[in-house]
Design a protein around this ligand. Structure first.
Ligand SMILES: Cc1cc2nc3c(=O)[nH]c(=O)nc-3n(C[C@H](O)[C@H](O)[C@H](O)COP(=O)(O)OP(=O)(O)OC[C@H]3O[C@@H](n4cnc5c(N)ncnc54)[C@H](O)[C@@H]3O)c2cc1C
Length: 476
């Protein structure tokens, strides 16, 4: 088999976790390659993804900034160029912080950052297996238009979202049975929206028609939220619009909406203060295992059927959308839930509830635990949801990135080691864990130690992360 090359660090998967891992690894001095099966970088962020850093939680509900690093850097750079909106802090956004960027410009910026930091790219290459020496991973095998190749590396980072590489290497993982998994979605975007009309409808119907989206820490009453919405002057102040309950029920009764998801959209920032509407929950298919190609194929077909119905519904029923038109259909399913690779620490619901701090902190999160999507018109089940106490945040320990039993391997992104309740790593956490895994891999490669040996003393990893702008300490 052809040897494509030998590197210090191999990152497999170029989504938000992978690009952060590759940039931080290269910046920390490692000869780094990023392998991606597509010709585009960004994964669920901009390829099959949301309107860029929605629910970013870069601030905890106490309004302390908890996320910096590469995520903040990309937001800043796009803000300066007019391709992002300023952070909305939780006091302003009723408990949630959004940091919306134009996902397509974000995708362009990421290519620029790859060049700036000197990351080698191998695109159009599907990693199909690993090379091992005993329990140690020594490389990956890729299939691409050139044939089958081996890429060798000192440390490998699995950023495939679904833990593909760790699973192939034999790392233990958990995945709930498919009838309990969250549903999968194909998202789409429309333009041609009359935003004044949308805003008027939202304000006139704020009381019953929309999900109030408040964080319990702020203790706002329903009346206060409704009043706040009535004061809104700019559509960007709201950002997401989930609900349209009466309209949906009317359409359901007429057979013009499907019973598998709720109605609603996020705004997607475009040039010169323009917006598009991104529908990221309007097709949903459950009972499908993302590691089973038959199930995935069925989902892709079913989602397209639901989108066909949704597009007709939007124009007919939603005020302001009468002349809207489809501008983008995401090319593939977004997978909400799949494998969780079991690591040397498993982040648990109690850690989230206690806003727990760890000595081996590599980043923070303010995301709740327990909320799960279901494929019905209700969209989200809030059963047993817990928020970090006192409006604070919890630490993500380095050990969550180190898979049990396998050496020379790290996992970043969606598949890191958590229990089921705490699994739902959002974009910010994928970038935080990606950046940390990249630096950790670079340090290990330089020192000739394994990621597990690094657990003994991660002070250098933490120091480099701080230098790279990450936030590890000093917040609630
Ligand atoms: C419907 C839905 C709505 C969401 N809404 C939000 C939201 O509002 N806010 C938010 O912050 N998060 C949201 N998320 C979550 C967020 O999008 C994901 O957690 C995040 O994008 C995952 O990043 P990742 O890097 O772990 O994986 P991905 O983004 O999935 O990246 C994985 C990359 O690896 C590549 N890859 C996979 N296998 C291989 C292989 N074998 N060889 C080579 N390359 C491979 C893929 O092509 C992809 O580029 C949502 C998710 C879903 C499904």
């Amino acid at each position: 088999m052809e040897i494509y090359g030998e590197y210090d660090v191999i990152v497999v998967g170029g989504g938000t976790s992978g690009v952060s891992a590759a940039i931080s690894s290269a910046r920390a001095g490692a000869n780094t390659i990023l392998i991606e099966r597509l010709g585009i970088l960004g994964g669920q962020m901009n390829v099959s993804g949301p309107p860029g850093f929605a629910y970013a939680y870069m601030f905890n509900p106490r309004c302390e900034q908890i996320i910096g690093g590469i995520m903040e850097e990309t937001h800043n750079r796009l803000l300066k160029e007019g391709h992002a909106l300023p952070h909305t802090t939780p006091d302003f956004r009723v408990g949630y912080s959004f940091s919306l960027v134009d996902p397509d410009y974000w995708g362009l910026l990421i290519f620029e950052m790859m060049t700036e930091s000197g990351v080698h790219l191998q695109l159009h290459s599907l990693a199909v297996d690993v090379l091992k020496n005993g329990d140690s991973v020594t490389g990956v095998i890729v299939e691409n238009p050139s044939g089958r190749q081996a890429v060798l590396g000192k440390v490998i980072i699995d950023c495939t979202g679904e833990g593909e590489i760790a699973a192939r290497a034999g790392a233990p993982y958990e995945q709930v049975p498919k009838n309990q998994l969250e549903p999968h979605t194909v998202s789409f975007t429309v333009d041609g929206v009359d935003w004044d009309k949308v805003l008027k409808y939202v304000k006139d119907n704020a009381q019953y028609e929309f999900n109030p989206m408040t964080h319990p820490y702020l203790g706002w009453t329903q009346e206060q939220i409704v009043e706040r919405i009535r004061q809104v002057k700019d559509i960007a102040e709201i950002s997401n619009f989930m609900g349209y309950y009466s309209i949906r029920d009317k359409a359901l009764a007429a057979g013009e909406w499907h019973p598998f998801s709720g109605v609603g959209f996020f705004i997607l920032p475009r040039d010169n203060g323009r917006f598009q509407a991104h529908f990221q929950h309007s097709s949903q298919v459950d009972n499908a295992d993302p590691t089973d190609v038959r199930d995935l194929t069925r989902c892709e077909v079913e989602c397209r059927k639901q989108i066909g119905m949704a597009l007709k519904f939007i124009k007919k029923y939603m005020p302001g959308f009468e002349d809207s038109y489809l501008t983008r259909m995401c090319p593939e399913l977004r997978i909400r839930e799949s494998r969780r690779i079991m690591g040397d620490y498993i982040l648990r619901k109690a850690d989230v509830a206690d806003a727990r701090k760890f000595k081996d902190v590599i980043g923070k999160s303010a995301f709740s635990s327990g909320a799960k999507h279901v494929a019905t018109t209700e969209t989200i089940s809030y059963e047993e949801i817990v928020h970090p106490k006192d409006g604070g945040s919890y630490d993500i320990p380095y050990r969550c990135l180190v898979p049990q039993k396998i050496e020379n391997l790290l996992v970043a992104g969606k598949a890191i080691s958590t229990d089921r309740d705490s699994y739902k790593r959002f974009l910010q956490e994928t970038m935080v864990t990606g950046q940390a895994a990249g630096v950790a891999a670079a340090v290990c490669a330089r020192k000739g130690i394994t990621p597990r040996q690094l657990e003994q003393d991660i002070s250098e990893l933490q120091a480099i992360l701080l230098k790279q702008g990450a936030i590890l300490y000093g917040t609630h």
